[in-house]
Design a binder for this molecule. Structure first.
Ligand code: HEC
Ligand code: HEC
Length: 360
């Protein structure tokens, strides 16, 4: 009787038919092949803080390589026409050179695609911080009707239908049914490996090259009250993992952080973007309104536009109650502007945009 029951159970589990038509065979106890995964070394470039990796998604060679395959595969979009890499282009530090990205319908969004660099050191994602971690972020573009316009049932169906993916997910996560969570986990693993730490600036920190006089002066402008960039663009990734209104508008069409918090004081606040590889990731700001680094410097040099939520660190805005009376703008000389730009260009990491480990 017992044996009969076991036979029935084996039959039942070995060939379970899904409603949506494909077959999969979840294994039970002794049948299971359990693959060993190979740890992927945690990126730890010179001088960087420790990258925090979630306990339930350690980096593995298998997971990272699967995440990369998914990142470049249009299978995630509803008509198989675009992948993550369509909008996040390596040559542009995984950002989009277009002001707004075009999704599958040809319609464009209203934000500039962020560059994907050193994300493993961030704790909020998207310009308004809608995602708290990388895994959660993946859920957004896949279903966004003007991006990949897909739904997760379809994504899971397509991936489970594909024997190569079934094998790769089994090897990376020991799962027999591919679900959205593991798709997101794999992509998040790949994203954590997108590390840029070999710019001229990094080489200078490591004592391998000398800065020119201009670069050094630009560095000082950036890191002192003269230019006052360092309060917000701080640390190894030139961002404070926080949100500010840097004086772009008097009134807002995009409310930024307010969309998430519904707190009036957060209207017009956006995530401080990293400045690493800034040379490659034009256009600039959440809506890509500025096309060159010179225009960005001009924005800050002018002091920016006052509004109720202007950041206290934007000290030279006209009529800023926190501001320094009588001075409007940073009043940098042309030479100082050139030097500040020269410093920003030391953040370019050519090895990052050419790294073939990030290619399909
Ligand atoms: C149609 C273009 C498009 C596609 C396709 C796309 N993205 Fe994006 N991505 C964007 C835009 C635009 C933003 C900025 C969104 C915002 O802030 O509202 C963004 C933001 C991000 C961010 C946030 C970065 C940060 O520092 O805050 C990550 C991470 C990201 N995308 C990863 C992905 C992944 C992974 C995929 C594929 C599953 C993907 N994107 C597909 C356009 C796209
Ligand atoms: C009060 C905080 C703050 C200060 C001070 C500040 N920034 Fe920013 N910076 C931001 C924020 C926030 C954004 C994004 C704003 C947006 O898109 O709405 C930004 C955007 C930028 C961008 C565009 C990046 C991109 O990927 O689009 C550059 C370049 C930049 N800042 C350089 C500088 C420089 C140079 C200085 C000093 C002269 C400076 N910032 C001072 C907060 C600040």
């Amino acid at each position: 009787m017992k044996i009969f029951f076991v036979v029935i159970m084996i039959f039942f589990f070995s060939c379970e038919k899904q409603d949506d038509g494909f077959l999969y065979a979840p294994c039970e106890d002794d049948d299971c092949i359990i693959y060993e995964t190979t740890p992927y070394p945690t990126p730890s470039p010179y001088g960087f803080p420790f990258m925090i990796i979630p306990d339930d998604n350690p980096l593995t060679i298998e997971g990272v390589s699967l995440g990369k395959k998914l990142f470049f595969d249009p299978i995630l979009s509803s008509d198989n026409s675009i992948s993550c890499a369509t909008c996040h282009i390596q040559n542009n530090s995984f950002s989009d050179p277009g002001q707004f990205s075009i999704g599958i319908t040809g319609e464009s969004g209203f934000r500039n695609a962020s560059s994907l660099v050193n994300l493993g050191w961030s704790s909020s994602f998207n310009w308004d911080g809608t995602a708290e971690n990388l895994r959660e972020q993946v859920f957004e573009p896949v279903v966004n009707p003007i991006e990949m316009a897909n739904n997760w049932d379809q994504v899971e169906y397509d991936l489970n239908f594909n024997s190569e993916y079934r094998d790769l997910f089994k090897r990376a996560f020991n799962i027999d049914y591919i679900d959205s969570v593991h798709v997101a986990k794999a992509i998040a693993q790949f994203e954590r490996t997108l590390v840029s730490a070999n710019s001229r600036y990094d080489k200078w920190l490591r004592g391998e090259v000398m800065f020119t006089e201009e670069e050094l002066d630009g560095y000082n402008i950036f890191n002192t009250e003269r230019g006052d960039c360092f309060h917000c663009h701080s640390g190894k990734n030139f961002m404070d993992d926080s949100f500010h209104n840097n004086g772009l508008d008097e009134t807002f069409t995009d409310f930024g952080l307010y969309n998430v918090t519904r707190n009036d004081g957060d209207k017009g606040l956006f995530k401080t973007p990293t400045l690493r590889n800034i040379e490659y990731s034009a256009p600039y700001m959440h809506d890509g309104r500025l096309s060159t680094i010179d225009e960005v410097i001009e924005h800050y040099n002018s002091g920016g536009i006052y509004s109720a939520t202007i950041d206290p660190l934007m000290k030279y805005v006209n009529s800023n109650p926190y501001g320094i009376d009588g001075q409007s703008g940073l009043m940098l000389t042309q030479q100082e502007k050139n030097n500040l730009k020269a410093f920003l260009l030391t953040l370019s990491d050519n090895d990052f945009i050419q790294n073939n480990e990030f290619q399909p």
